[in-house]
Design a protein around this ligand. Sequence first.
Ligand code: UDX
Length: 456
Amino acid sequence: MEKQEAKGLGRRLVFVVYPFQGHINPMLELATILNSKGFSITIVHTEYNSPDHSKHPDFSFVSIPEGLSQTILSSGRDFATTFLAFNNNCEAPFQQYMEKLLEVENPQDRVACVVYDGLMHFAQVVADRVKLPGISLRTSAAATLLAFAVFPHPQEQGYISFQDSVCQAQVPELQTLMLKDLLVSMTEKPTTSLLEMRATVTNATKNASAIIVNTMHFLEEQTLKVVQKYFHAPIFTVGPFHKLAPAASTSLLEEDMSCISWLDKQEPKSVIYVSFGSVASMEEKELLEIAFGLANSEQPFLWVVRPGSVCGSEYVELLPKNFWESAGGRCCTVKWAPQKEVLAHDAVGGFWSHCGWNSILESVCEGVPMLCHPFFGDQGLGARYVCRVWKVGLELEGVLERGKIEKAIRTLMATTEGLEIIQRAKALKEKAELCLSEDGSSYNALNELAQHILSF
Ligand code: UDX
C-alpha cells in the first residue's frame, strides 16, 4: 500500500495484542495500515509469543509480563482460564507503562488512543483510568460480538425472543444464522471462566469509543445492523486488513517456502490446500482419516501439519507407509506454509479449513472455495457463513471419516455442485475487490476511522 496523506502525523496509537497467531496477524496488519495514514505506533505485547520486532522497524515495542509459565501456557489449560489470567496479570504493568508514557509525553507525539484486541479487555479499563479513548478491535466476524453479548444467558436476557422477532421481520442473513448457529460457536455447557470472559469482553466493548472489525460490510451487512443497535460506539469495518497492509510477515513459525515451488509444478486449480490454523489439534485417528481421505480423492494436496498439532507425535511420523505409497507423488506436507501466497497461487483450487476467521477472509479474497471442518469457538459460526450464507463452501460435518472426506473433495473439485460453488467464490472475490478499491466500503471506513481518531 502506498504511503497515504499523513493525516495522523504527531499522534501515537498504543496497540495491545492478544498473543496468538490468529490475533497477532490482524492487529499488526491494522497497525501497519494506520501507520501508513501517518500515525506513530507502539505495540504492547506479552512476553509469551512476542512478535518479531525486526520485521516492523517503524514501530516501538513494549513487552509486559503475563506472569504465566511456558508449562502452563502449553499445558492445554482451557482457553478461558488462560484468557482470564492474561487479563488479570497484564493490567497492572500496562497501567504503569501508560502512566509513565503520558508523564513524559511530547506534544509532537501525543497518544491519541489505545487500540486493543477485544479479548484484552483490561486495556479499556486502563484507558478509562488514564482518560484516553479505547478502541476495541474484533479480529473475528462481527456476528461474534453479538454471540458474546447474548450468551451466557440468552433466555434470561430475553434474547431468543429478541432475535426471533428481529430475524423474522428484518434480518434475512440472521434467519440463516439462527440462534442454533450462534450456539455452534459456544460450548453447550459453558464453564464459569467462559461465562465471565464473555461478560467482561462485552462490557469493555460497551465502554469503547469505537469498534473496529476485520470484516467487509457486504459480508455481514444485516448482522452489522443488529450489532450496531447493541453497541453504541461507531463500528468501522476496515477489512480484510491483510489486503490493505503491505506483506510484512507476522508468522510466529517459520514459513516453508518450498511448497510454492511444488505448487508451481501443479495444474491450475487442481490442488486442495489443507490447514487447520495455529491452535486446533487432533488425535492420531483423525490424522489417519484425513490422510486416507485426501489420498483416495486422487487430487493433489498441500497439507500443513503444524508441529505438535497431532497428539502423540511431532510431525508426520504417524503416517504409515501405505499412505506415502498411495499419495506420495501427489502430496506436499509442510509444518507451516506462507498461507496468503498459497491461496493466491493459480494451482490452488480448494481450501480445506478449520474456518478461523483470518483463513476465511484470506480464502474469500482469492476466490478459493472451501471445505469446512470447524474445531471450536467462532469456527462453527465461520463455517455457517461460508456454507449457508455466502454458499462458497461445503461443510464436512461430524466425525472425520475417510469416505466422507474423499466424497466432499470430489464434489467440490469435479461436479456441477462444485462448479456452482466455485463460481460463487469468484463472484465474492470480485465484491471484495470492489470493497477495497477507492470509494469501496472498507476504503471509506478506513478514512472515517482515521478522522474519528483525530477527533479525540
Ligand atoms: C484463532 C482461532 O482458532 C480462530 O477461530 C479465530 O478466528 C482467530 O484465532 P487460528 O486458529 O490460528 O486463529 O486461525 P485463523 O484465524 O485462520 O488464523 C491463522 C493465521 O495463520 C492466518 O492468518 C493464516 O494465514 C496463518 N497461517 C496458517 C499461516 O501463515 N501458515 C499456515 O500454515 C497456517
